[in-house]
Design a protein around this ligand. Sequence first.
Ligand code: PMP
Length: 353
Amino acid sequence: MSRFWSHLVSTLDPYVPGEQPRIQNLIKLNTNEHPYGPSPKVIAAIAQASDASLRLYPDPTSLALRQAIAQRESLDAEQVFVGNGSDEVLAHAFQALLKQERPLLFPDITYSFYPVYCGLYQIAHRTIALDAALAIRPEDYLHGDAGGIIFPNPNAPTGRGLALDAVERVVAGNPDVVVVIDEAYVDFGGQSATLLIDRYPNLLVVQTMSKSRSLAGLRVGFAMGHPDLIQGLDRVKNSFNSYPLDRLAQAGGVAAIEDEAYFQQTRHAVMQTRDGLVEGLGALGFDVLPSLANFVFASHPRRPAEEIAAALRERGVIVRHFRHPRISNYLRITVGTDQQCGQLVAACAEILA
Ligand code: PMP
């Protein structure tokens, strides 16, 4: 608290990101990073862009990157917005599109940045409880009382996904408000709503290069939707920071989109490792929710999750635990390499023995 803070700042309850440990050699399965590095073509493109041209500002519209994304998704560049990580894109969407008279709806268990943006931008909101199996029920979003709707698909931190027809019911059932689908994890087995964009002017799909393209450190996120929605985001962006993506991020982002083969190969490797991780945890008695993400959400009937997380940490493995009462007995475990997941399962076996 400081007497120099604005009233708003003193009311904020900021997001706390997962730990980025300073100790080396930990098995880091706590922030859903990709276990394999980015495409070598991305590294080469960034190296190539690292020259004297860095004295110049980057393209404020990130046109080449928007075109690359648009081409891959069969959209126009006017239907694509890019930002400094999807967190920034989401923040702009909250301010530009989701701040309305009626409350914004999102699940009670979801990405914990959503209520933080509501605090920052003073957005009225209401949470909708997931069902007993921790799944989103589309019918709960069809009462016609929303000022906007946002949820991740697959949801975080549960990893559970909704089929495209269920997402479409929510979008079609709320034609007068914006529905944002946060697809941070969609490339690990989910169905993307990008296919619906041309039919629903109220749909905004947000994706990131942090997860399936292994570029959390480059900070590239994007949104796709009707040009009117994109222009709304642009108005906020151009009232905030003209150059959210630097030259290296724009060059690396284009190369990441263009290396489709590497993308396919590495996302499938993660999905395959996930299957083994689910099996290994299941054999130890964990209840593991069906995951379409690059993490699993697991609880053990005999040992509190918080204790397991602490014991894992003593063994050099870090996973994420949330204090929210409904999920306080779950661990969110990022899918690492086969070897890392093997070590995690072995450490769990030791802890539970
Ligand atoms: N959405 C969800 C559901 C997430 O879990 C995350 C990662 N914390 C993000 C968006 C933001 O990712 P980034 O800013 O790295 O694109």
